[in-house]
Design a binder for this molecule. Structure first.
Ligand SMILES: Nc1ncnc2c1ncn2[C@@H]1O[C@H](COP(=O)(O)OP(=O)(O)OP(=O)(O)O)[C@@H](O)[C@H]1O
Length: 211
């Protein structure tokens, strides 16, 4: 067994999040070891996105803690940012940077591309859109760009919110393969999904919330 199986890339302990009187997360705890895929499942409004936002530091829990590689995580910490790659729904793009420029900038900011930008563009089917600005992309292409952004940069933990959303049939098949490849290289994956086929294909564990 590879050594990285021994390490918990992500530990969530006693996470609570309330919005006014609405209790969204109530004492949620789990771990995701390196080289494993954990899928957060639950009905609409059950708190999946809220949980992922707390994990990546985009939202603060009212109680509980998030440990990345055993350490308390702060999104301002350069080490955390080099460890965690995330594609959540609300990803922002620079309006005047093209697709290829976005990927090159991200890769540069993280110390150089982990996977060559040209290869990631081809893998994500974005070759013909490489010089387009984000506002001119289709919604599926924007989703692909968000996913591509995760693959040109370093990562030991990948956090994805419904990555299958707006992908076509071939895109969904590619996604399952790519997630298995991520797992094979020791990356831990935490993702929310409503896609039963994708979940069956990749999930090592399920985190059920709001049931
Ligand atoms: N900033 C906020 N202020 C108030 N309520 C919020 C806020 N963010 C989320 N909520 C509420 O928290 C609940 C959980 O939302 P969340 O987006 O986490 O659900 P979800 O499980 O991801 O849903 P879906 O499956 O529809 O994507 C919802 O009732 C939502 O309205």
């Amino acid at each position: 067994m590879a050594e990285w199986y021994l390490v918990d890339a992500l530990t969530v302990r006693g996470l609570c999040r309330r919005f006014g009187n609405l209790v969204v997360l109530d004492d949620v705890s789990f771990t995701v070891p390196a080289g494993r895929i954990a899928v957060v499942v639950g009905p609409n409004g059950s708190g999946k996105t809220t949980l992922l936002r707390c994990v990546v530091g985009a939202d603060r829990p009212d109680d509980g803690e998030v440990l990345v590689d055993g350490r308390r995580a702060y999104e301002t910490d350069a080490w955390v940012r080099s460890f965690v790659a995330a594609a959540l729904d609300d990803i922002d793009f620079f309006p005047d940077l093209s697709v290829v420029e976005h990927l090159e900038l991200l890769a540069y900011a993280h110390g150089g591309p982990v996977e060559p930008v040209a290869e990631v563009l081809t893998e994500l089917g974005l070759d013909r859109a490489r010089d387009q600005l984000p506002a001119t992309l289709s919604s599926g292409q924007r989703r692909r760009l968000a996913l591509a952004s995760c693959f040109v940069r370093p990562r030991r933990l990948l956090v994805l919110d419904e990555p299958e959303q707006r992908l076509d049939v071939r895109g969904r098949a590619w996604l399952a393969d790519r997630l298995r490849d991520e797992r094979a290289t020791g990356t831990a994956v935490l993702m929310a999904s409503h896609d039963a086929e994708l979940i069956d294909a990749v999930a090592d564990s399920r985190i059920e919330i709001g049931g």
